[in-house]
Design a protein around this ligand. Structure first.
Ligand code: TXA
Ligand code: MG
Length: 344
């Protein structure tokens, strides 16, 4: 398939991309979180092609992207809590799972009786949804298993030849996918952490919970969000998280640098303490926003380095850090090594 690369999101080009969506094609669009692989959510064939283009199993449902939260009631049974959340966080990086209406095809929800709703704040995504007049089903635009794409170059690497068009929106502001929550009656649970934090959501939903799969491995068939059971965000070389005090971790990294063909993913302030071989940084230890912004790009870069293993720093799990922690621990397949036990 010939992929149209749209470098400029002017009116004429958005019209072309919107026509592709209306006619059942696939368009990769930038959002404020990561790039999304979009199709008309009401067109079963188009949605099926999304799974094929990504190589994604058909038991992992898609998020439906809307231009305004007011449209949510066309596709889902909304309630007061949804509109409270929408008032505060939409448009923005929040996805809310609600009971679905029949109009949402099986292919979007993978047979669940719920649908995930999101209203992106990215201007290009907003214009594409509005111009097409379609709700847009879109997973992250990476090949299944790889880190989500946060730049045009990442998307071209994964999707050129697999979709009808890719719109260049530069680097995504946030760099990690949206916070996903499920509303149950008048309460809620976080299924995937993101830029909108537990602490912020608690201000609106004081008893909001965090699903145990956010920090722990989960292979249960009945996992609340099917995406949580798959290995994700992974570069080609295996990733190991390294735990311990700062000194032990730096010593661990240095020893590995001398004895193995490895890559090191560390905080900016660590870099000067290490050998200058195959080291990538992902922000300062106290700057979770930069860590979120950098993480996926850095994980992808290791693929061009020819390293056999990657050792990575464990970020804090507070605030936006919880989202960084959640992605990195999945990239590592939950493999954590203690730095003071270098034999491991
Ligand atoms: O920021 C984002 O959310 C990006 C951009 C493109 O919007 N999209 C994204 O989609 O990350 P995806 O498909 O890569 O991740 C969606 C997650 C998956 O883990 C999926 O299992 C979960 O949301 N999900 C979708 N619909 C669901 C539902 N009805 N019930 C439970 N989990 C659902
Ligand atoms: Mg994804």
């Amino acid at each position: 398939m010939q992929t149209l690369l749209i470098k400029e999101a002017n009116k004429e080009n958005i019209d072309i991309a919107a026509d592709i969506i209306k006619n059942g094609g696939l368009v990769v669009m930038p959002t404020e979180t990561v790039y999304g692989l979009g199709a008309n959510a009401l067109d079963k064939n188009a949605v099926t092609n999304v799974y094929k283009a990504k190589g994604r199993p058909m038991d992992n449902p898609l998020i439906v992207h809307l231009s305004t939260a007011n449209d949510a009631e066309k596709y889902a049974y909304t309630n007061e809590l949804f509109y409270k959340l929408a008032d505060r966080f939409m448009p923005g990086p929040l996805t809310v799972i609600l009971p679905k209406k029949d109009i949402v095809p099986y292919e979007v929800s993978c047979g669940l009786d719920t649908v995930a709703i999101r209203v992106p704040s990215n201007e290009i995504a907003h214009r594409l949804i509005e111009t097409s007049g379609c709700p847009i089903a879109a997973p992250s635009a990476n090949l299944s298993g790889k880190p989500s794409p946060t730049s045009f170059a990442h998307v071209v690497e994964d999707m050129n030849g697999r979709v009808d068009a890719i719109i260049d929106g530069g680097e995504c502001d946030i760099g990690l996918e949206s916070t996903v929550i499920i509303i149950k009656d008048e309460s809620a649970e976080i299924l995937r952490p993101g830029k909108i934090t537990y602490e912020e959501l608690k201000e609106i939903i004081p008893d909001i919970k965090i699903n145990s799969a956010v920090k722990n491995q989960c292979t249960d068939e009945k996992v609340a969000s099917p995406g949580m059971k798959y290995r994700h965000y992974a570069p080609s070389a295996p990733v190991f998280l390294v735990e311990g005090n700062d000194n032990d971790i730096i010593n661990f990294f240095k020893t590995k640098q001398q004895t193995e063909n490895c890559g090191i993913l560390c905080f900016s302030e660590d870099e000067e303490l290490l050998l200058s071989k195959n080291v990538l940084t992902f922000g300062r230890s106290d700057d979770e926003t930069s860590q979120a912004h950098e993480l996926f790009d850095k994980l992808r870069r290791f693929d061009n380095m020819n390293v056999e293993r990657i050792y990575a720093r464990i970020p804090s799990d507070k605030g936006v850090g919880l989202a960084v922690y959640n992605r990195l621990i999945r990239a590592a397949g939950f493999d954590i090594i203690k730095a003071n036990n270098i034999q491991e």
